[in-house]
Design a protein around this ligand. Structure first.
Ligand SMILES: Nc1ncnc2c1ncn2[C@@H]1O[C@H](COP(=O)(O)OP(=O)(O)OP(=O)(O)O)[C@@H](O)[C@H]1O
Ligand SMILES: [Mg+2]
Length: 504
């Protein structure tokens, strides 16, 4: 049920923050922000990369302390700052992006360990933990083998485990920071249902997502941040994606099909009957110079597996790969990189970037040969290379030497893209390149991709989001269950034609 403005006004907030300021070095990440959450509501926090969403969540959950003058009230009590222990014990729970779970432990232990540990007597009773875990999962309407180790489950299930843990912790409000970033459409739908269930049981949810369709679908209210400042708080009813984008960026964007006829350039990649048992079957296609080939499909379609084989990370059982007219059989991804293939992995948090290392080191790691002088790494060349790409992709950073983990999610993604562009590839494979990237930055990234294509780079764009391929690819292959099941030309079909095929 959507609350009307009138009822919203009369409900007392569960959580209320005023005068929130915080700086990192010289950067003021939040400026005089106020924020409130009503009991049981679903409240979205929207803003571009680096606008301060995660920082606000960290202040509420006691990870960071706001500057003096702040006031926080929660459940009738006032605080000038939070601590993680107090926040948790009062019922403020967070599902962090990395989930903070223990893969080696069972589902039951992950869900109930924290709660059981805090109790007296300090005997860990597995049967009791199991019961708590089963109850929590049951409240979410989910069946999972609680005795199985967590590592045997994919990310979507792990996330549910993290939510169940929050429920055992008697959450009154659950913060979810980009929970759907690594989920497929059907997993996302399931998660959104769980959010509705929580809200129906009176647990408020604060939800961060760059997918505005989700934001419109799930929330009753919306707080928009821009550059660390509060733009406003709005009822979601009556909002549109373009209005939210405008509030977030202060600009308007219009999408148009970029597809062009690219049948004349020379073939960069030709794939014939490529098969890897259990992953993909008899896949054939070509990508030409200057062409952007979209590959759309759902989880399990085999897109990433195909990309990993093209990138030399796994070997096909049969079929042939031809690169620039030469048949190739890569023994490793190093060989693929040397041959001019770059692969931006879909999972940048675990594969793409090395979190504790500096921005500069992450950026140059695949192109070290370029910054050598007589066999020795040249700091000045490194600095120049890094500065060039940071400027080119508009990455917001403090110092090149800062750890990559200090950047907001979307800025990390830009560094990951820069890292591959710095290798001067002939074929660039982008696997879900805009996961976690805001609308403005997406437009920026695709402008760059378009420029690279104009300069002759062949690009494969793998995505779950139909608009992403529709507006940015010259041709779109639809992959399902390991096979190419359809080809679309965005110049002669509608977005809905592709959606109808993919979500059929
Ligand atoms: N620990 C830190 N050290 C230095 N700077 C930080 C730190 N944490 C956040 N920042 C800076 O504060 C600003 C806000 O970052 P934050 O992570 O809150 O953005 P966000 O809105 O969550 O972005 P995204 O959508 O990309 O996740 C950014 O400029 C970021 O670089
Ligand atoms: Mg964030």
């Amino acid at each position: 049920m959507a609350l009307t403005d009138h009822t919203l006004d009369s409900v007392r907030p569960l959580l209320s923050l005023q005068n929130i300021n915080i700086s990192f070095g010289g950067v003021q990440a939040l400026k005089n922000v106020s924020f409130d959450v009503l009991p049981g509501e679903v409240h979205c926090l929207a803003g571009e990369n680096g606008s301060g969403k995660s920082t606000l969540i960290k202040i509420i959950t006691g990870v960071y302390q706001p500057a003096g003058g702040a006031s926080i009230s929660f459940d009738g009590q006032s605080y000038d700052h939070m601590s993680p222990v107090v926040a948790q014990s009062k019922g403020i729970q967070v599902i962090w992006q990395d989930l903070a779970l223990f893969p080696e432990m069972t589902v039951a232990e992950n869900i109930a360990f924290q709660t059981v540990l805090g109790r007296w007597p300090r005997l860990v009773n597995y049967r009791h933990m199991r019961e708590l875990a089963i109850q929590a999962l049951d409240r979410l309407g989910v069946l999972l083998d609680v005795d199985a180790p967590l590592k045997s489950f994919p990310i979507a299930q792990r996330q549910i485990v993290a939510i169940a843990r929050a429920l055992v912790g008697e959450a009154k409000v659950v913060f979810m920071d980009e929970p759907t970033a690594s989920l497929t459409q059907s997993e996302t739908d399931h998660l959104l249902n769980i959010v509705r269930t929580l809200s129906g049981r009176g647990v408020a949810v604060v939800f961060v997502s760059h997918r505005l369709a989700e934001v419109l679908d799930i929330s009753s209210r919306l707080t928009v941040l821009r550059d660390g400042g509060l733009v406003g708080v709005y009822p979601t009813a009556g909002m549109t994606q373009s209005r939210i984008t405008e509030l977030m960026t202060g600009k308007t964007f219009d999408n148009h099909v970029r597809a062009a006829d690219r049948t004349t350039g020379s073939k960069v990649l030709k794939v014939d009957g490529l098969t890897r048992r259990g992953e993909f079957d008899s896949v054939s296609f070509t990508v030409r110079e200057g062409e952007t080939l979209g590959i759309i499909g759902l989880l399990g379609a085999g897109r990433t597996e195909l990309a990993l084989t093209l990138f030399g990370m796994s070997k096909p059982d049969s079929g042939a790969i031809t690169l620039n007219g030469h048949s190739v059989q890569f023994q490793s991804n190093r060989a693929a990189i040397d041959a001019g293939i770059a692969y931006l992995s879909e999972d940048r948090l675990s594969l793409g970037l090395i979190q504790p290392q500096s921005i500069a080191d992450n950026l140059v790691i695949s192109s070290l040969h370029k910054i050598q002088k007589n066999g020795v790494l040249s700091d000045s060349r490194k600095q120049q290379l890094v500065a060039g790409w940071i400027a080119e992709l508009g990455v917001k950073i403090g110092q090149q030497g800062d750890a990559i983990s200090t950047l907001s999610g979307g800025n990390q993604q830009r560094v990951a893209i820069a890292k591959w562009l710095a290798t001067d590839p002939k074929l660039l494979i982008l696997d879900a390149p805009t996961v976690g990237v805001d609308v403005g930055a997406r437009a920026g990234i695709f402008d760059i991709v378009a420029k690279l294509a104009d300069a002759g780079l062949a690009i494969i764009l793998i995505s779950d989001e139909v608009p992403e391929v529709y507006f940015n690819a010259d041709r779109v292959l639809h992959m399902a269950q390991g096979q190419i099941v359809g080809t679309f030309d965005p110049r002669s079909c509608t977005l809905q034609d592709i959606e109808a095929a993919v979500y059929a």
